[in-house]
Design a protein around this ligand. Sequence first.
Ligand SMILES: [Zn+2]
Length: 58
Amino acid sequence: MAKMLRCRDVGVDCDAVIRAKTEEELMRKVAEHAKTVHGMSKIPPDMIAKVKAAIKEV
Ligand SMILES: [Zn+2]
């Protein structure tokens, strides 16, 4: 099983799909994506909660 997150499921108008083998790796990739694509230097706690709720097993 792997983890997958659609950026759109977090409420962002973005078609990116982020995949990783573990939740930790996914959160790292999400943080990197948020920084490079959305200009967020740090993900706010409410966004982290949304991300965790939107993670799907694939
Ligand atoms: Zn995005």
